[in-house]
Unconditional design. Sequence first.
Length: 414
Amino acid sequence: MGGDLEGYRVLDLTDEKGDLCGKILADLGADVIKVEPPEGCCVRHRVGPFYHDMPESGRSLFFFAYNNNKRSITLNIECPKGEGLLKELIRKSHFIIESYRSADYLSDLKLGYDDLAKVNPSIIMVSITPYGRTGPYKEFRGSDLTVTAMSSLMYTFGDKDRSPLRLSIEQSYCHAGATAAIGCLVAHYYREITGEGQHVDVSMQEAMAWSNMFAIPRWMFDRYLMPRYGQYRAHKRTNLRMIYPCKDGYISFFIGMSNLSGPSEEALVKVMREEGIGDESLESVDWRKMDFDSMDKKDHDRWEQYHMEFFRRHTKAELLQLLKEKGVLLSPIEDPRNVFENKQLESREFWQEVEHPELGETIKYPGAFFKSNVNQPVIRRPPPLIGEHNLEIYQGELGLSRNEISMLKNSGVI
């Protein structure tokens, strides 16, 4: 099965800010062509970690992860011949996605949306920039660090008595890429009805601000600025611990009350008392009727220490068994190794083996991001080598001779 977007072509001119957009469309069956400069996309050489810690080889694992299922051609779009070749490809394409630093970069090359729409009126262009194509910040440069800071999301990360933190891996690129893919599909639906293409403008800042919709409405409606709480959950009378250490790592849990989570706490207290942890006051509490507003903070702090003692005695697997057997509401906090070995993901065949002929090895990748009984997304090809499909596309599809291709290569066009 080819996928829901089989028969559609995407020209992917993005870097790390938009790689995920192209991958999502490729996983859905589209023919995604990575259009790289003659030396190759900067992500190959600049963004780590690298395969076997060999950055000089250009074997970026980041590139591997976000560029499988794509083909690759090289093209210098800044020269007249490169501009002409891109426009020839546009005639045969349905989408073009780009993430150049300047909002006007492609327009200055006469390759902006208005220029390309003259070549192919139904083309959908998606532009991913740090702050969008309009407004006073439109020409500002932006990294994951600055965009996360400017979205307010960073303000909520970390502990209350310390400075804001960022996540250890780039999140704004993923949010922007996924948002761009949605924009592509919405524009595509409109095109299927009307036949008209359009220009989709994706701001990384806006995409990240959407992911902070738990804090922004609090300011909009209550004028309450949510502080950082780290491993706690904020409440009016006390802060509820959400992360507890256990024997082999950490779990996510908070002391439950009310009809919603009171039964979970009752079950856990019973197990704790069987192990001699806590005092009789734990058993006298009606957890189904207790609520956070009437709870005494001193009581809560004492109960928290009892829970801390209990969790430290047990592994994540043992505590997860409590969830299954007793209905205790908790979740192990898994590290990447745990996820890689997770039985649930294994049973659903989440991981997919992909051959890398250039490495002489097979690498295991995360597979489809959803399952379907009609068109199941799969990894059909490994990430491409630099210009791996030049002949396939320039000769096989555009009709250039090998001699013409050789001349283009010697002159730095491809």
